[in-house]
Design a protein around this ligand. Sequence first.
Ligand SMILES: [Zn+2]
Ligand SMILES: [Zn+2]
Length: 380
Amino acid sequence: MIGSHLSVAGGMHLAVAEALRLGLECVQVFTKNQQQWRVPALGQGAIEAWRGAVRDAGWQGVSPPRLVSHASYLINLASPDAGLRAKSIELMGEELRRCEVLGIPLLVFHPGAYTTSTRADGHARLADACAQLLTDAQARSGRTVLCLENVVGAGTTIGGTFDELAAVREMILTRLGSTGQGPQVGFCIDTCHAYAAGFDCASPEASLATIETMLSTLGRGNVRCLHVNDSLTPLGSRRDRHAPIGEGTIGLAGFAPWMTHEGLAGLMRIMETPKGRVGGEKSDGEDFDAINARRLRSLLGWRAGEVPPSAAVSGDFGPRMLAGAGLAKGTPKAKPSGATSRRKIAPGGRAKTTVAKVTAPKATKKTAPKGDAAKPRRAR
Ligand SMILES: [Zn+2]
Ligand SMILES: [Zn+2]
């Protein structure tokens, strides 16, 4: 199932309508402004409108789920700062309650950072907080799953490796004891984050190996959601910059196993790629989300050992967007069948893909206007 993180500007229910308009099968939303601690109450009207839209889409209470919420970036459950951690737990509790009232079965969040303390202390604080949140949820029969998301592993952040994520989950389960809430602790895995953290995804073979490691470390069934994003930065760069599918350092072929691996069957594949439209926001050009989704869909028939279809991966987004994202238009990212490809990471630079037997057309535009749709930005 392919979906996208969509805006809730103008009303949460509009994200569901937008997903349907884009031909998507699932959606991720923020249930509140992700950059603010202040939480205005969710009005009854907003709740009803959301429920109605979800029901009309046929996405209510379905299994596997088609709705996921992403928690605020402000939250740091691992913080050694008592005040910040208390605020984080309070806000995370509110995020969970919103998911419960809206019928959103998954809540994705970043594990946080241990900052001035130690990694072990950070793990303990994170696990304590998650156990407390789930204990509170059980008292109100809340069933929403907390999904720890992998991160690029920069600085003191927690969750840059599958081993660390698995260890934190075990610590949460130990604290929960025999409450039976183990299934409410899961994972959301982001391809861009995994790649930037050093897990190779830039070819079908590399992604297969990464997925096998991921599933055996995290446990099949515990990975509840995927974020499918290409990366602007090289393998192991520890920098979190999302690129359109097939336009980054991962490349289209690398996504094939993420779409078809049987251990990931039925999972939501949420795109958090740059938004916009070919020709600019106000044009009637194709939505970038629709282009990205089409590229991912082109991989659905792929089987291990096969060469993935080399769908047209250059040009669709238009030169402004690609140039604005720092992506040289005309550089082939997909490996045509039979071509040998080697990726090199230039010191301090971006990964370079050299593809044999292909002559890249010269980029027609060297400079592009800054801003608007041409600029990659976080999904809001
Ligand atoms: Zn993500
Ligand atoms: Zn990211």
